[in-house]
Design a protein around this ligand. Structure first.
Ligand SMILES: Cc1ncc(COP(=O)(O)O)c(C=O)c1O
Length: 412
């Protein structure tokens, strides 16, 4: 059973104040989830979550993570600027970029962010533009294959991210010779994974690499950044990721590798995105039209350019029709927007209770990669973002786009 943190009359009131479409995030649920994550990793005193800014790049959300003691993971110049403007600084910023410009390295360096090099060869670029920082991290790509049965889910030799193990075996001594004193390893193994063993198996590989590096070179890794990739349940019947079980698997891997070596204790970092906000954000839109043709088409006051996930990733997003939560599903619907694109569908062939014009539709699990993947196709403007605060008040954390915003970059 998917639940929502507001009643129909509360949501109608919110919609009359801020008008649809909008995203609304549940502050209490986000904060509780951060605390649960930190609690699960208590066994590692240096544990820190660097919230993946790309997933929900909104000050009203980033500030919650800052207040909860998290850092910010940034991947671009503007994400760095955003983190800075939200009060993150120094080692509270992880700069995990790829195809990085000199300007970006300089900005990250000025903020004192931890620079995580995707390409070991960028040591030379970094040395020339900022000098090698005291703390440096490299993104490791084992070049293996993630299999499900016989089929290959991810072929890391085909991934654009990270550097190969032999490249990093040479890179760490090279940066040490250039003055680096603190070292990190970053590795992301996949996305939308919920099976605890998956995280244990992969963490073991990174920890083993840290031990091997220490034994071969004397370089002691200070932190391992296991990045993101913990998935969320989209269907009501799916089990959520068991973060305590994931942490226990990672702990077992740590104890068997680093724990049995002479390597000093290593801090664990994560840069989770969807796990942190995905289930705690909702996309809300109102039904404009019900159109009968070969199928029944519901036309919303939002298009998928504002909420790309169903189209871009083919993700199922549960829909609640406000006031009809316990009504029987009676009809199959195509839930569409107004784009000149037939694929502009939030849901296809979805069995739902009877929908009428004016109904408020709530899409669940829209709290990450929702707003941030939006675009202006067809001149459709981006929606607002709201925060349902812990005290029950609702605040506007990003206003609706206006035609002036749309025209602001055009040269007539
Ligand atoms: C480098 C990096 N870190 C963290 C994340 C966050 O991943 P997720 O939202 O799956 O937790 C991503 C996702 O794109 C990523 O590319």
């Amino acid at each position: 059973m998917k639940t929502i943190p507001f009643s129909k009359s509360e949501l109608e009131h919110i919609a009359s104040t801020f008008h649809t479409p909008f995203y609304i995030y549940d502050e209490t649920a986000i904060r509780n989830n951060v605390r649960r994550l930190k609690n699960a990793f208590q066994w590692n005193p240096g544990f820190k979550e660097y919230f993946a800014v790309k997933s929900t790049p909104t000050p009203g959300i980033l500030k919650l993570f800052k207040q909860e003691g998290c850092g910010a993971e940034c991947a671009s110049l503007t994400e760095l600027m955003l983190a800075e403007r939200c009060g993150f600084e120094g080692r509270d910023i992880m700069f995990t970029s790829n195809v990085t410009t000199v300007e970006e390295y300089q900005y990250a360096s000025r903020l004192g962010a931890i620079i995580n090099l995707d390409d070991a060869a960028h040591i030379l670029i970094l040395e020339a533009c900022t000098g090698i920082p005291e703390t440096i991290c490299f993104r490791l790509n084992f070049g293996d294959q993630l299999k499900y049965g016989e089929s290959v889910l991810i072929d890391f030799t085909n991934s654009k991210f990270g550097s190969a193990k032999p490249q990093l075996e040479a890179a760490y001594p090279a940066v040490r010779n250039l003055g680096a004193k603190h070292f990190g390893i970053h590795a992301q193994f996949g996305c939308h994974k919920r099976n605890p063993e998956f995280f244990g198996i992969n963490a073991r590989k990174v920890f083993a690499f840290a031990v091997e590096l220490f034994e071969k070179t004397g370089i002691a890794i200070d932190f391992v950044n296991l990045a993101g990739g913990i998935g969320i349940p989209y269907h009501a019947e799916d089990e959520p990721a068991d973060i305590e079980a994931i942490s226990l698997q990672i702990k077992a891997a740590y104890d068997e590798t680093i724990g049995k070596s002479t390597l000093p204790p290593v801090s664990l970092y994560t840069e989770l995105g969807i796990f942190m906000t995905g289930p705690y954000g909702y996309f809300v839109s109102r039904v404009l039209h019900v159109k009968q043709a070969y199928k029944t088409f519901i036309g919303l006051d939002a298009s998928t350019n504002s909420f790309m996930s169903p189209l871009r990733y083919n993700n199922y997003h549960h829909i609640t029709i406000m006031g009809k939560e316990s009504a029987e599903p009676v009809q199959h619907y195509e839930i569409t927007g107004a784009l000149c694109e037939d694929r502009d569908r939030f849901a296809t062939d979805r069995l739902l209770p009877k929908i009428t014009e004016g109904d408020l539709l709530v899409f669940h699990d829209a709290g990450a990669y929702g707003y941030s993947h939006g675009n202006n196709f067809n001149g459709r403007l981006r929606p607002a973002e709201l925060l349902l605060q812990c005290n029950g008040d609702v605040s506007l954390i990003r206003r609706h786009e206006t035609p002036d915003d749309y025209f602001s970059t055009m040269i007539f």
